[in-house]
Design a protein around this ligand. Structure first.
Ligand code: CA
Length: 227
């Protein structure tokens, strides 16, 4: 458990890719555990409380990477980076809304993956090390950036790391119409080269989880506005 904070679990049955990813991340000082399939991955995840997961979609056995991700999301908001092999898989990643924080398309450069890992962990850590807790009420939704907690009509709502960051960013820029590009830069980071549809997927998730309690408006031709 003491090493859990530095541990990244790589779930990928292609050993060439898994070893390469592991090598690059070890150089960064992370402890890496490699799992060949989703079941082994789940065992490691339960045992190690990892800091981040890297999960390939195409895995042997009963569960593929997306199913693994969905299982993990039931109990944990650990950041997940999905590895995909094909474009139509990206549509599945975005379309299924299974709570991944980022995705990387094969073939990818290990350096780029390391940069993504760093960016995600920087953001995930930012909320916990920040000194001043800010509690904002938006309608009946209460956003507590100190505790990284969201209450909807008094009940705690489980958000993924990215969903929370997006909501916190919208709250910080309340009343302003924000473009998808601005949201990507502000929430995903300026080095993020993903699809703008990613924003829509996460907004959809926020709306699903917080419902009409969240006064989040679509600004046609621009993006989104809170309040
Ligand atoms: Ca694979």
């Amino acid at each position: 458990m003491t090493t859990g904070s530095d541990t990244i679990i790589v779930v990928e049955d292609d050993h060439n890719i898994s070893d390469l990813v592991a090598m690059y991340l070890r150089r960064e000082g992370f402890r890496i555990l490699q799992a060949d399939d989703a079941e082994q991955g789940l065992t490691y995840i339960e045992r190690e409380s990892p800091k981040l997961l890297i999960v390939d979609i195409g895995l042997p056995g009963a569960l593929d990477g997306l199913e693994l991700c969905r299982q993990v999301r039931k109990t944990s908001d650990v950041p997940v980076i999905i590895l995909t092999a094909r474009d139509d898989e990206i549509d599945r990643v975005l379309g299924l809304e299974m709570g991944a924080d980022d995705y990387v398309t094969k073939p990818f450069s290990p350096r780029e993956l390391v940069a993504r890992v760093r960016a995600i962990l920087r953001r995930a850590g930012a909320g916990t090390t920040k000194a001043e807790p800010v509690i904002t009420e938006v309608g009946t939704v209460v956003v507590d950036t100190g505790r990284r907690e969201v209450l909807c009509a008094g009940d705690v709502v489980a958000l993924t790391t990215r969903e929370f960051d997006l909501l916190a960013y919208l709250v910080a820029n309340r009343g302003l119409a924000l473009s998808r590009r601005q949201l990507l830069d502000g929430v995903w980071g300026e080095g993020w080269y993903g699809d703008e549809r990613t924003v829509d997927v996460h907004v959809r998730q926020l709306r699903k989880k917080l419902g009409d309690e969240l006064p989040l408006t679509t600004v046609w031709g621009v993006g989104y506005r809170l309040g």
